[in-house]
Design a protein around this ligand. Structure first.
Ligand code: UGA
Length: 423
């Protein structure tokens, strides 16, 4: 078992810390946020993530994990994972200042011959800058990007498709890969720079894929075709793959928008622009707008003073994360068109700076609605009985941007049902 320090206990850091502790390693999670550290030390997860608290509590009980604000605590760890945020700067590039500042601070505390593992999503050649800041010949720098999805972070940690380990030091790279004890995962050993690009290219490829899916959905709606049939058949081709083919209100979250912009900016700096990335970003905004257009059309061409019930605020189901949520972008556009919004989300109970009502329950949410718009694919929405709410709404119109609900059931209850990708 190894001694591991995790710098940064955000979503990536916490999932990695709790994951490694569960595998039997001795983990210390370090963060500058005192409140967070106190919470974590008491077994409370600051993020909504399946099983996180259960696993956290178990590891705390077994004394496999501890949390601290003190950087000197890394002194006994052989592996130090950098899991700090790399937020988007105004020009779209990634801000790596947290990574560089903490590398500088860490340098004097690091144990002899320890390994710095960069887990954050970082632009190309960040590893060289980290090396400069650490400035120690005995310390190896390994680039080991994360591929965890919010909502299934622990499951992805324990059963990854692949583990990417980039380093000039083969021995250290092997040591890092073995920490995961993932027998079935493909381990990719590569150089640091390729590892950095693998992460950006993967997220960007998925974002491009989704933008295309949403464009096909829009196109199919202009014909007699059903995009769901089209996409399903496309997915049967192994080269295309059946995952990530669901039309929606657009892709969002803290990763795709930020990573697509960062790769775009980084490529532009190298004078090798990647126009597909611009197109994917632009297409995604068009998708948000298209959902608003669908509402408008369903309500006779104007949203002025129309009461819209929105179902779902988070950027996808099973997370409380509303950062870059397509639901928020669609709501902002609906408000601009003059609509009055009443929203409901099973987990998100408040949103700052948005003039809308956040309802406590579905009944309250749909009362007086001119239309219901489903924006996040929470399974709870499937359980709603249309018959039970049909007397509460003003107009029986439902727009299901995620194709989650049973069309027949809603139509039987007298609703006009509008899906995504077909008429
Ligand atoms: C994404 C990647 O999937 C992870 O591999 C990566 O580690 C992570 O970013 C990261 O860089 O940290 P995540 O942001 O949690 O994970 O979300 P995804 O599950 O990938 O979904 C992204 C967006 O695409 C969501 O808005 C989701 O609703 C949308 N989506 C996804 C669709 O609209 N249709 C689909 O078929 C799939």
């Amino acid at each position: 078992m190894a001694k591991i320090a995790i710098i940064g206990t955000g979503y990536v850091g916490l999932a990695s810390a709790v994951g490694f502790a569960h595998l039997g390693h001795d983990v210390v999670g370090i963060d500058i946020d005192k409140e967070k550290i106190t919470k974590l030390s008491r077994g409370k997860s600051p993020i909504y993530e399946k099983d996180m608290e259960v696993f956290l509590k178990k590891s705390l009980k077994k004394k496999k994990i501890q949390f601290s604000t003190d950087y000197s605590k890394v002194g006994s760890s052989k592996f130090v994972f950098l899991c700090l945020p790399t937020p988007q700067l105004e020009d779209g590039a990634a801000d790596i200042s947290f990574i560089l500042e903490s590398s500088k601070m860490l340098s004097r505390h690091l144990k002899q011959s320890s390994t710095i593992v960069i887990k954050s999503t970082v632009p190309v050649n960040t590893w060289k800058l980290v090396k400069e800041k650490i400035d120690r010949d005995d310390v190896a720098i390994v680039s080991n990007p994360e591929f965890l999805r919010e909502g299934t972070a622990l499951q992805d940690f324990f059963k990854p498709d692949r583990i990417v380990v980039g380093s000039t030091d083969e021995v250290k790279a092997k040591e890092v890969s073995s920490l995961y004890k993932a027998k079935k995962a493909k381990i990719v050993f590569t150089d640091n720079t390729s590892a950095e690009i693998i992460k950006y290219a993967s997220n960007s490829f998925l974002a491009i894929k989704l933008s295309f899916v949403n464009e096909i959905a829009a196109y199919a709606e202009s014909t007699d075709a059903n995009a769901l049939e089209v996409l399903n058949a496309m997915g049967l081709d192994k080269r295309i793959g059946k995952d990530f083919l669901k039309p929606g209100p657009g892709w969002g979250g803290m990763c795709f928008p930020k990573d697509v912009s960062a790769l775009k900016e980084s490529a532009r700096e190298k004078n090798v622009p990647i126009p597909l990335l611009d197109a994917a970003l632009e297409s995604n905004l068009k998708t948000h707008a298209r959902i608003v257009e669908k509402c408008k059309k369903a309500l006779g061409g104007s949203l002025k003073d129309k009461k819209i019930s929105v179902w779902g605020l988070s950027f996808k189901a099973n997370t409380d994360d509303i950062r870059f949520s397509p639901a928020i972008s669609v709501i902002e556009r609906l408000i601009l068109e003059g609509a009055q919004i009443s929203s409901f989300d099973p987990i998100v109970k408040s949103v700052e700076n948005l003039s809308m009502k956040v309802s406590a329950d579905i009944e309250q949410n749909v009362t007086g609605a001119d239309a219901i718009v489903l924006l996040t694919e929470w399974q709870e929405f499937k359980e709603i009985d249309p018959k039970e709410i049909s007397d509460l709404v003003t107009q029986k119109i439902i727009i299901d941007s995620r194709n989650l609900l049973n069309k027949n059931k809603w139509e039987k209850a007298g609703f006009t049902f509008i899906g995504n990708g077909y008429n």
